[in-house]
Design a protein around this ligand. Sequence first.
Ligand SMILES: Cc1cc2nc3c(=O)[nH]c(=O)nc-3n(C[C@H](O)[C@H](O)[C@H](O)COP(=O)(O)O)c2cc1C
Length: 232
Amino acid sequence: MSRPETAEQTRWEVAEAITSRRAVRAFHPNPVPQDTIAQILEIAAQAPSGSNIQSWHVDVVTGQARSQLTSAITARFDAGDFGEEAYQYYPDPWREPYLARRRATGWGLYAALGIARQDKDRMHAQHRRNFLFFDAPVGLVFSLDRDLPVGSWLDCGMFLQNIMIAARGFGLDTCPQQAFAAYHSTIRDVLDIPENRMVICGMALGVADKSDPANQFATERAPTDQFARFHK
Ligand SMILES: Cc1cc2nc3c(=O)[nH]c(=O)nc-3n(C[C@H](O)[C@H](O)[C@H](O)COP(=O)(O)O)c2cc1C
């Protein structure tokens, strides 16, 4: 990688890599060369981790392996089996301000897709698209040793974020997908993930279909003064 010429250019490129990342929910089927995936993972593995323990694991699925996994999961989904919770990701019960943000995200996506609020069938169909990796040619499945405490989840999150940012450098997009955790037992069987590891989430990786309505929706962020305090 050649060095950018000025500090300003570096700042712009770093900010662009971060801010151009979106949760992309429609991909072109164009394959991603294995060498590119390997490079993204190598860059991403520069993520920090407490004492550099690098606890993350990732299974990469493409081609037949990807089809086998998506078929096994959608077979359960289509049979009305919506899986089992591997771990708790969301607050229970939901409360403000998180509930309002969650609703804005859900309704924003459905509005972009032209799905009416009472149209449960189309919402269900949209949720199902998770389990096809939104047609992305590459699926990633992340797992962690079960006995590792919450610190390793922080480290794993940094690895995931690095993958999403590194992918931008290759003109690729991603969608992190906690939805897969509900089918952890099926994922474990298909990918032969050892019992001592927990499946945490999946991620779609590929070339974004920018014309798809699912990718027309952009989320917003709370202003800095709502989450940061400056102590002087
Ligand atoms: C760990 C994690 C899991 C997620 N799981 C899903 C998922 O299962 N399906 C999905 O469509 N989006 C999923 N998302 C995407 C979020 O909805 C998205 O990041 C959020 O709305 C912000 O939008 P943006 O990523 O486009 O900035 C997940 C995001 C994260 C960080």
